[in-house]
Design a protein. Structure first.
Length: 202
């Protein structure tokens, strides 16, 4: 059995009482589970299967060609349900969840991406606009996946800006970098341009 933390990014009803759950872990990347009886009333019920819930799970891979793993146990770790109280930020979280599920893979760990996701979900539960926090989290994913070009010594301003954004993305207590509004927009556009260039779209 393998043990890891896990954030639910999508859940889909299956048949009458089961769920297919898709999410991200820091150690094993994307993990998908078929939870038989999870919507029922018996011992297999899965009460913590809410969107943007963080769990500690024990699981094993399923033999054969199945992409669905077997979850043995699950314990709640954190809940980001408050995002639902802020519709604009909730929609941004859903868009980013779709992005991550499309571009992450099983058994390919992404610890910085996972950490930035937990920080992002906390921020989206607050009153601030989520546009820049989402861009910072996405940039952390791009950086960890090797899609961000090195700034190099010839562009120290961009290198410093990138370092500041990545620190903000993975550190919940870190305030947003003191960029001007125009510079923030440029950074957001640059992040999206990187996604387009590498064919990383929702």
């Amino acid at each position: 059995m393998l043990k890891t933390d896990y954030i639910i990014l999508r859940k889909t009803p299956f048949q009458e009482t089961s769920l297919i759950v898709n999410g991200l872990s820091p150690d094993f990347g994307r993990l998908d589970f078929l939870l038989k009886g999870a919507c029922g009333t018996g011992a297999k019920k899965f009460p913590y299967a809410g969107l943007f819930r963080e769990l500690t799970i024990e699981f094993r891979e399923t033999a054969g060609n199945s992409t669905l793993s077997y979850m043995k146990s699950h314990e709640p770790k954190a809940s980001y349900d408050a995002i639902a109280n802020r519709p604009e930020n909730y929609l941004k979280a859903c868009d980013y969840a779709r992005f991550l599920l499309k571009h992450t893979h099983s058994m390919l760990g992404l610890p910085l991406t996972y950490r930035s996701l937990t920080v992002l979900l906390r921020r989206l539960a607050g009153p601030a606009d989520g546009t820049f926090p989402v861009a910072a989290a996405k940039l952390a994913f791009l950086q960890e996946s090797g899609f961000v070009p090195e700034a190099g010594a010839e562009n120290p301003k961009r290198a410093a800006a990138l370092d500041a954004i990545l620190e903000y993305a993975i550190t919940g207590e870190c305030p947003a970098p003191p960029f001007s509004e125009d510079y923030r927009k440029q950074l957001i556009q640059w992040t999206e341009a990187l996604c387009v260039y590498h064919d990383l779209r929702i």
